[in-house]
Design a protein around this ligand. Structure first.
Ligand SMILES: Cc1cc2nc3c(=O)[nH]c(=O)nc-3n(C[C@H](O)[C@H](O)[C@H](O)COP(=O)(O)OP(=O)(O)OC[C@H]3O[C@@H](n4cnc5c(N)ncnc54)[C@H](O)[C@@H]3O)c2cc1C
Length: 543
């Protein structure tokens, strides 16, 4: 890198370029070591490290690129601080394990120049981060970053009003009493058109695209992860699967109803004994006929199917090629219709003779939708409900994975929303609470901790927005955004809780809800190690 320019954005850009050179060298060597990803399981720790470094530098680049476009003083300082943090993390990771990375001192040289070292010191300087913290506290942590898009800006304002007016007043009660989201929220959510934000207009959606969808999610998740922010995750997964592989008739039939909130969607992939290893799913569907209608009979069990009680359609991935060796090439995606139920248990006996029932798993957080273990006994599903019809047979895995990419993007938005809620809450608390004669906000350590929260949230936010702008079901960036945003949500909520002291441990304070809600984020839509090894690792090492 050249020169430690006064302009923080130019310095941040130079720093990301230097870091990128080191990360690229490490990934290139990693591809050799793992034989283009084929031997990842023989090098899991290396792959996990590379996936994380690649994710962090990508986020730093997204944040710097954003600031270059909008030229905003605060965002510029956030960008420099994050670029410095990532450069430092990369340098120390690689330096402490040259042999593991297969690199030499020369490979890390870009981060050892006098300019790079000075830029890292400048970006990570305690005073610079404390200044960001003070600014956050003065503005109550509120996020009004430039969105560069009129529709997105309007969407944020509408979603924020909705979150504060409709969701926030009931969020804590839903959490504490483990209630189902009330119809009032679901109906108002539908009326706003939130379910259809990423559905094209020709199929009854608003066609606003993926960025507004992420922004709606972010704003609603700040009010409640489970009672609003996650409402569109499930439809998003099915929407993308239908758009990618549904027949035209299925798109015409289902998408307008999903957009209108007339069909509420749940997803059932996970089974009691199978989670990450989706290709090994055992619940099976066999060809059948009922009253002259061609269909399938499904038998087996699913686990953790969120919202499947209240849902009217469950997108269920099951084995249609009963030869276990068929693996991922033997699965199909069905749309299983059922009545809506509110409670923690439900049971539906079909006129066709099949039975499906669910029992909610008790959880410390993510309350409002309930996540069910499901038993499926001889359930009849018409062939018209197999996504893709005849051509969809045994193609379900690929449709589901494409849908998961959308779910991961959306979960990036969920992570930022929860982290943002914690940031705003702690900014309010530290000015109200005094100890040793001073408000907590006056202490240097408080300012520093809050400054760091803001830096990391800004990076996760721009990484998620960038992957929404360029969304494709095959892209790795949504997975990177998900990985980073969910980790940051965990870190930020716990730090914010600590700043509340004992009161942050009280169930009465929403900060304790943010902590338990954030805990689930790295688990679903691809548990963190699986996301790192099987999705991001494969993508970056596979060339
Ligand atoms: C609240 C909640 C809601 C959910 N909602 C849904 C839903 O609506 N629909 C749905 O289908 N699922 C849902 N899930 C399930 C979720 O997607 C799974 O929990 C997730 O995919 C991980 O699967 P698992 O729990 O079986 O963990 P496992 O696959 O058993 O993994 C556990 C751990 O084992 C290790 N591990 C596994 N494989 C490897 C490997 N190859 N190499 C190294 N380490 C490995 C990792 O450390 C991993 O974290 C939900 C889960 C929760 C908690």
């Amino acid at each position: 890198m050249t020169g430690t320019e006064e302009n923080p954005v130019a310095t941040a850009r130079a720093l990301t370029q230097a870091t990128r050179a080191v990360v690229d060298a490490a990934v290139k060597q990693g591809a050799v070591t793992t034989k283009n990803g084929a031997l990842i399981d023989d090098h899991q720790v290396l792959t996990e490290r590379l996936a994380y470094l690649a994710t962090q530098i990508r986020a730093a680049e997204d944040l710097v690129a954003y600031v270059e476009r909008v030229s905003d003083d605060l965002q510029g300082r956030l960008a420099l601080a994050y670029a410095a943090e990532v450069a430092h993390a990369t340098r120390s990771q690689v330096e402490s394990g040259w042999d593991d990375f297969g690199l030499t001192e020369a490979d890390i040289a870009p981060l050892h120049t006098a300019e790079a070292r000075a830029a890292i010191r400048r970006g990570m300087s305690e005073e610079a981060i404390r200044a960001i913290g003070r600014q956050m506290i003065a503005t109550a942590g509120v996020n009004n970053c430039e969105l560069e898009d009129e529709v997105a800006t309007l969407t944020r304002s509408v979603a924020r009003d909705f979150a504060k007016g409709v969701v926030a007043p009931v969020a804590q009660e839903i959490h504490r009493k483990d209630l189902m989201i009330p119809d009032s929220i679901i109906n108002a959510f539908s009326a706003q058109g939130f379910f259809g934000s990423s559905i094209p207009e020709e199929y009854g959606g608003t066609g606003m695209g993926d960025l507004p969808m992420v922004i709606i999610t972010e704003e609603l998740s700040a009010a409640s992860l489970a009672a609003a922010g996650s409402l569109s995750t499930r439809p998003e997964i099915l929407i993308k699967a239908l758009l990618a592989g549904g027949t035209e008739e299925q798109r015409q039939q289902w998408l307008p109803r999903i957009a209108a909130g007339e069909e509420l969607v749940a997803i059932a992939v996970t089974e009691p004994n199978i989670g990450s290893d989706v290709a090994s799913l055992q619940t099976k569907a066999e060809p059948a006929e009922h009253n002259g209608v061609r269909g399938w009979r499904i038998n087996g069990a699913k686990a953790w199917s969120t919202f499947s009680g209240r849902a009217t359609v469950i997108a269920m991935l099951v084995r249609t090629d009963l030869d276990p060796a068929s693996g991922s090439r033997g699965l199909s995606l069905f749309m299983v219709q059922k009545p809506a139920y509110d409670g923690h248990t439900w049971r539906y006996e079909q006129p066709e003779g099949g039975v499906i029932s669910g029992t909610a798993n008790p959880t410390p957080g993510y309350r409002g939708m309930h996540s069910f273990t499901i038993a499926i006994d001889n359930l009849f599903v018409p062939h018209t409900n197999l996504v893709g019809g005849d051509t969809g047979i045994n193609k379900g895995f690929y449709l589901q994975m494409g849908g998961f990419a959308a779910g991961r993007l959306q979960t990036g938005g969920r992570g930022i929303g929860v982290a943002q809620a914690a940031l705003e809450k702690v900014c309010q608390y530290v000015v109200q609470r005094s100890q040793f004669g001073l408000p907590l906000s006056e202490y240097q350590l408080t300012q520093y901790k809050i400054g760091l929260m803001a830096v990391r949230i800004a990076a996760a936010r721009q990484a998620t927005y960038a992957s929404a702008r360029g969304f494709s079901t095959r892209a790795v960036e949504p997975s990177m955004a998900k990985l980073l945003a969910c980790d940051i949500a965990g870190d930020v909520t716990r730090e914010a809780q600590l700043l509340h002291g004992g009161w942050g441990y009280s169930e009465e304070d929403p900060i304790s809800r943010y902590v338990v809600d954030a805990l689930v984020l790295p688990i679903f839509e691809g548990v963190k190690p699986t996301l790192e090894l099987k999705v991001i690792g494969r993508a970056i090492l596979g060339g």
